[in-house]
Design a protein around this ligand. Structure first.
Ligand code: KG4
Ligand code: ZN
Length: 333
């Protein structure tokens, strides 16, 4: 038997989970709404709110899982990558908790955990599989050979896919984080109403910086001719931008699947909550004979459930870390 407490605090969500013998029995996510006022995450504010949220979130997770502090056998935590001040809150809490109870600590890489979220619920992928990890900070195609044997085979050279969603939303004066709102409006619009050129990037890599600028110029030009352009076409703009981002992502995944001769395809990270991406992936599965894996919504965006399941795999191997551990804003994959 193993009962693991997991802490995630890499960005703006304070999350605490409990993993009981490989099953997630609590996954508390305390969102920070304060950043909506600023159009993006303010690191200084994020760490302060983590300080306020972490103890109540732990209490709630223990309650949800119906366990006490004394039942916990190890503490898993996100060591990085992420915002240093945010990570410090979670890492310091995890260290203190483990020290007080004299139990081992487990260090987890946030990007590995997004992928390992696929091992929370059934059906679980078999190795090897390809995972498209798309979040606010990362866009990667990863060849997953084993739980902790993963290779990045393609990645963004500049902005992440989530940033392309969030920055488009900002251009359209939608509040932060814009990804879910673009998704909502896109469901009511025509994805072929406007065309945005696909960036020509070698191999399996991506670039969203020029793409984002092309959207800005397009909107500015249209607004010159019609000041109500955004209001009159919001759903179509969102649908078209979303369609273009999905095309860019899926074309590279198709290429990777061919190159590595893998037919098991997974998606992970906040953008994998996007309904258009989920639908497209399911359609491609039918067309290309892929078996696809899409996590439940609560395990797509940042959550401690994924840290707990990654921690559980390390627990089974006895892979623990000492009290001298410190967070890493940039952590090697
Ligand atoms: O993984 P995540 O929660 O945090 C990071 O580690 O970055 O990802 C957050 C990103 C944000 O850019 C957010 O706009 C995007 O995921 N996102 C979405 C959707 N839900 C979240 N993007 C498009 N459609 C969605 N439904
Ligand atoms: Zn994330």
């Amino acid at each position: 038997m193993s009962v693991i407490l997991a802490i995630e605090s890499s960005c703006d969500d304070t999350s605490v989970a409990v993993c009981n013998n490989g099953k997630i029995t609590a996954n508390v996510i305390a969102n920070q709404t304060i950043h909506q006022n600023y159009g993006g995450v303010i690191p200084e504010l994020a760490s302060r709110v983590h300080q306020q949220n972490i103890v109540p979130a732990v209490a709630q997770a223990l309650k949800d899982a119906n366990v006490t502090k004394q039942d916990i056998e190890a503490v898993a935590f996100t060591r990085g990558p992420g915002l240093l001040g945010s990570l410090l809150v979670g890492v310091s809490f995890a260290k203190s908790f483990a020290l007080a109870l004299n139990i081992p600590l487990i260090s987890v890489n946030h990007m590995h955990a997004h992928i390992l979220a696929h091992f929370i619920d059934d059906p679980k992928p078999e190795f090897p599989f390809l995972c498209l990890t798309v979040s606010g900070g990362h866009t990667q195609i990863v060849l997953v050979k084993d739980y902790f044997d993963m290779e990045i085979v393609g990645e963004t050279l500049d902005d992440a896919a989530g940033e392309a969603f969030d920055k488009t939303a900002k251009i359209l004066s939608l509040p932060y984080p814009g990804g879910p709102l673009i998704d909502k409006h896109a469901q009511l619009g025509n994805p072929l109403a406007f065309k945005f050129a696909e960036p020509q990037i070698p191999e399996l890599n991506f670039s969203f910086s020029g793409f984002k600028t092309s959207i800005l110029y397009f909107i500015q030009k249209q607004e010159k001719a019609n000041p109500n352009f955004i209001a009159e076409n919001l759903n179509d703009i969102c649908a078209s931008v979303q369609h273009s981002i999905i095309q860019i992502l899926m074309n590279k995944v198709k290429k990777a699947a061919k190159q590595y001769n893998v037919k098991q395809i997974a998606i992970a990270g906040g953008v994998s909550a996007n309904s258009g991406l989920r639908n497209t992936l399911n359609k491609m599965a039918d067309e290309l004979g892929w078996k696809v894996y899409i996590p439940a919504f609560q395990y797509c965006t940042d959550n401690a459930g994924m840290i707990a399941i990654a921690g559980y795999q390390k627990f089974l191997k006895g892979d623990f870390i000492g009290q001298e551990v410190s967070p890493q804003a940039r952590m090697e994959f």
